[in-house]
Design a protein around this ligand. Structure first.
Ligand code: SF4
Ligand code: SF4
Length: 393
């Protein structure tokens, strides 16, 4: 994460003498880490098993983590499956991303009520309990970095995001296995957590035992580490972690060539593949809901029969017809134009707008698309048969 995008609360901790320190935690040490964060006043959130999926929720300890479970993912398909071991982070990513907490799907902006002839407006206070995220993947860290740029990077800072983000403590986990729809290597976003965390864990599980190599990323992370039992990391631990992450990188579920993607997509706006994908796309918006970088919202006003009213902000999707409604009609009336808008924004015009791709290669949009539309496959199809007559934009 570029230094100008680090939220104010984290900025002082981003360059620290403790950064680079390494230690070994046992399973009890991980429990102590969770308890220490809770004692320090954080709301600790992490992966847990619910409704046949690995989702994020409040956790009290290691017992809430999805021990011994993994996920099997493909286009339009997700299921959990028992592992042969008791790994706590032995899965890829689930339907939730951390934006669920930093950029809630529904947020009341204000409510108003009648008081005699007056109208009194109340604003809900922002939450004051900071989050501690346990188990953020490298792609998730990059997605948070992208949303930092969107919500905090310009002249108009989003106060709701800022309030939730600025003191968040992040415990990352390096990936020991790639999911079936992961392509972070193609996007340069994983599988090793490079920055944007306070502590990064690599889960090491073999015949010698079950431990976590902890990399300290910030001074705050180093302070927390001093409060929990740990041992010095040995060369064998570091080598084992490096091997594990390298093996993950070599086993991505998907690949996508990106070097020419901006000109490829914008030079093929009339490609017949957009008609092909429109024939499959349900315009349900699932892909935008699960995407950790999608940030669009709408504002809704509601009123009640007692004279009260409230205004809420909720996630919206460029796949809805209303999303591009402008005085008299929707600009993007067809599934073709909406899918094309989403994909060209995500992979091309996002670069013009924010200086990076809007995709971190997490694969969620592929897995959770009910008809299995695969962004990597759509790019490949366009590349394999580019429309010859279009000028590169
Ligand atoms: S691409 Fe898939 S998830 Fe996205 S709107 Fe179309 S059908 Fe829904
Ligand atoms: S576009 Fe798809 S793969 Fe890329 S970040 Fe969003 S959900 Fe993940």
């Amino acid at each position: 994460m570029a230094s100008d995008l680090v939220p104010r609360g984290a900025r002082d901790q981003s360059m620290s003498s403790a950064s680079g320190e390494r230690a070994i935690l046992s399973r009890d040490g991980l429990q102590a880490l969770i308890e220490t964060l809770a004692r320090r006043g954080y709301r600790v959130v992490g992966p847990t098993l619910r409704d046949q999926a690995i989702v994020f929720d409040d956790i009290q300890g290691v017992g809430d983590l999805p021990a011994g479970w993994t996920d099997v993912q493909d286009g339009g398909a997700y299921r959990i499956q028992r592992r042969a071991d008791d790994a706590l982070f032995g899965y890829a990513v689930g339907p939730h991303s951390w934006k669920k907490f930093l950029h809630p799907s529904r947020l009341r902006l204000w409510r108003a009520e009648r008081n005699g002839d007056d109208v009194v407006v109340h604003r809900d206070p922002e939450p004051t309990t900071p989050f501690a995220f346990i188990g953020a993947r490298s792609c998730d860290l990059r997605a948070i970095g992208i949303q930092d740029r969107v919500f905090l990077g310009g002249p108009h800072v989003d106060p709701h995001y800022q309030a939730r983000r600025q003191s968040a403590f992040i415990v990352a986990t390096n990936c020991g296995e790639a999911g079936g729809t992961c392509f972070c290597v193609s996007m340069g976003t994983g599988p090793r957590a490079g920055s944007g965390f306070d502590i990064a864990l690599t889960e090491l599980l073999d015949e010698r035992g079950h431990v976590f190599l902890a990399d300290v990323g910030t001074e705050r992370g180093g302070e927390v580490l001093t409060e929990i039992p740990h041992d010095a990391a040995g060369h064998d631990h570091v080598a084992a972690a490096d091997n594990l992450i390298a093996r993950t990188a070599a086993n991505m579920g998907r690949l996508m060539r990106t070097d020419d993607i901006h000109s490829l997509l914008l030079g093929n706006l009339e490609h017949p593949r957009w008609d092909d994908v429109a024939g499959r796309c349900l315009t349900c918006g699932n892909c935008t809901m699960v995407c950790p970088t999608c940030f669009c919202t709408s504002v809704e006003d509601t009123s009640d029969l007692d004279g009260g009213a409230e205004r809420s902000r909720r996630w919206d999707s460029c796949f809805t017809e209303d999303f591009s409604y402008l005085h008299g009609g929707s600009v993007r009336q067809s599934a073709r134009s909406r899918y094309r808008q989403w994909m060209t924004h995500k992979l091309a015009t996002w670069i013009d707008q924010f200086g990076s791709s809007g995709c971190v290669g997490c694969g969620r949009c592929i897995t959770w698309c009910p008809v299995g539309i695969d962004i990597t496959e759509e790019v490949r199809a366009i590349r394999e048969q580019p429309a010859a007559s279009e000028a590169t934009t």
